[in-house]
Write a protein that binds this ligand. Structure first.
Ligand code: 16G
Ligand code: MG
Length: 547
């Protein structure tokens, strides 16, 4: 195969010229921005995915086009590595350089990547592409495909799929289908089969009722859930709201991010009985949270920490009953509610570790355990099983019913990345087995009140953190001042970190009471403004509006 890098330049100049000179960076969520400026980025990511595939010996690389929970005008792109992980950190800077180079320098720059990484440009390559249901996604998908074609790579388009589905396809193809079939049907089939075997005909149990309301955020999750329902044997009654048909826009006043951040149901929520289980996913269905309203009509959230503790406790129980010796661990971030960590360490006696924000950090750490459970409070998470764990469980399943359950759970879980639909089916399975309703679930521990603030500063990178973002090392003196303030509050905890997705510094605070939490967040926010070059308006003192 002969490849002429001129073609890359020709495509760029004729079809995907770079329209903006603004510097953009491949961050935790890949590239994100206003869709009208992303055509050249997408084309170049098609080129990069092809190079990456050749670099990895022809393994399938995934390209997902989505802006996740962002508003409709935004879009974005993320690369998926052969084992389903996020793009290796060492290639993030290669991606950043490639999209920022001018059209004139593109050809030479691609030649440099090939040379620097000793890529055999004539070897075979495979790229899988998927997209969310934003109206500009098909146009951007074509740009990615053209990037692959410019380097004579093989591209397979999956159309509209959830982010976790694309991860699933990549892993299924790279493992020669031992993980599943790399098709939409293969995905549904694997999850539904495991879910229905785990239900074993028992649809209701104790306090568990077999109904759930599913908020699809007008995104891909809604469409795919409707496909699930068609194929399920009435094993769960799911009513889907925010289906993405009609005037509703993706993530607009609905979805996991809205529900979690604003602590309220989606605007379009129908009237339901108190304590009805409701689930919200985000636009590309890799995040999930549960919620309900109680008899007083008060909103109650069951977030990623709640899912993590539910899953961890259940897995621990099954492993103990199976009499197998496996190392279990839970991975959280600094955002995990302190009460959830206390509960899991003190009550469940489950080892917990804390890592920096971002799925890749959690996933990586979870791989150190035989069974690693990881969740961010915002609802990103899954469970990973080591080969040793899988083999041990398979052997034990010949004699122990609990191990047989574990074996089926492995099939129900999308290990490649957090998968809102798979996570939801897992939660439904556990609640059903335990005979629990949301009241039982939420009564396991009481969340500490918590508050987040966004602080605008001149340069967010003046803040540097260590110890999984819990300690701030720069600017000097800030950490000591934070600790002084925190020590005045019962069960107080606070940290600051630069956001990876927005040009701001985030403040997190929790304490024993709501009032204390507000005051603590305020005091820490003021410290950041004073010591890290705040540029925004002065923060409003809590309660001062009532003076
Ligand atoms: C990205 C991350 C998410 C993290 C969030 C933090 C992935 C797939 N997504 O959305 O895990 O919670 O960024 O945003 O890794 P922040 O840095 O602005 O707080
Ligand atoms: Mg998402």
């Amino acid at each position: 195969m002969s490849i002429n890098l001129r073609t890359v330049y020709a495509f760029a100049r004729e079809m995907y010229p770079k329209l903006s000179t603004e510097y953009i960076q491949y961050g935790t969520a890949g590239f994100r921005g206003k869709a009208e400026f992303l055509d050249s980025v997408m084309f170049r990511m098609g080129v990069l995915a092809t190079l990456r595939s050749r670099f990895r010996g022809g393994a399938v690389i995934g390209v997902m086009i989505t802006a996740s929970h962002n508003p409709e005008p935004d879009n974005g792109v993320k690369l998926v590595d052969p084992k389903g992980e996020m793009l290796d950190a060492s290639w993030e800077s290669i991606a950043t350089d490639l999209v920022n180079v001018s059209d004139q320098d593109l050809e030479q720059h691609v030649a440099k990547i090939i040379k620097d990484n000793s890529i055999d440009i004539t070897s075979s390559s495979h790229v899988f592409v998927g997209m969310d249901n934003r109206y500009h996604s098909p146009r951007l998908l074509k740009a990615v495909a053209d990037g692959v074609i410019a380097l004579k790579g093989n591209v397979r388009e999956f159309g509209i799929v959830t982010t976790p589905m694309l991860h699933f396809f990549v892993v299924a193809a790279n493992t020669k289908e031992t993980y599943g079939k790399p098709t939409e049907e293969g995905y549904y089939e694997k999850l539904i089969k495991a879910f229905e075997l785990l239900r074993n005909g028992q649809l209701e149990n104790g306090n568990y009722k077999n109904n759930v309301v599913f908020d699809g955020a007008n995104g891909v999750g809604a469409r795919k859930m409707l496909q699930f329902i068609k194929r399920m044997n009435k094993s769960l009654n799911i009513s889907v709201i925010n289906q993405g048909i009609g005037p509703g826009k993706i993530n607009d006043e609905c979805g996991a991010d809205y529900v979690k951040v604003l602590q309220r149901p989606p605007i379009s929520m129908p009237v339901v009985e108190p304590f009805t289980r409701c689930v919200s996913v985000d636009g590309d269905a890799d995040r999930v949270v549960y919620f309900f309203t109680n008899e007083k009509g008060e909103f109650q959230l069951l977030d990623g920490d709640r899912i993590a503790t539910l899953v961890a406790g259940y897995l621990m129980d099954l492993v103990t009953r199976s009499e197998i010796d496996l190392r279990l661990g839970l991975v959280q971030t600094a955002y995990a509610n302190g009460a959830s960590t206390d509960y899991i360490v003190n009550e469940l006696k489950f080892p917990v570790s804390c890592v920096p924000t971002g799925v890749k950090h959690l996933h990586h750490k979870a791989l150190e355990y035989d069974i690693g459970v990881y969740f961010e409070a915002n609802g990103h998470g899954t469970i990973v099983f080591s080969d040793h764990a899988k083999a041990t469980i398979a052997t034990a399943s010949e004699t122990k019913a609990s191990a047989k359950t574990l074996l089926l759970l492995i099939d129900l879980i999308n290990e490649t990345v957090g998968d809102a639909i798979s996570d939801m089916l897992l939660v439904e399975t556990i609640l059903n087995h335990k005979g629990w309703d949301v009241k039982d679930w939420i009564s396991t521990y009481n969340d500490l009140p918590n508050r987040q603030l966004k602080i605008k500063v001149q340069d967010r990178n003046v803040i540097e953190t260590t110890n999984a973002e819990r300690v701030c090392v720069k600017p000097e003196g800030l950490q000591t001042e934070i600790e002084n303030v925190v020590s005045n509050y019962k069960r107080g905890r606070a940290f600051v970190r630069p956001s990876g997705t927005e040009d701001i510094v985030r403040v997190y605070a929790e304490a024993a009471t709501k009032e204390d939490t507000e005051n603590l967040a305020y005091e820490v926010g003021v410290l950041v403004q004073r010591l890290a070059g705040g540029v925004g308006p002065e923060l409003t003192k809590p309660g001062s509006a009532h003076l």
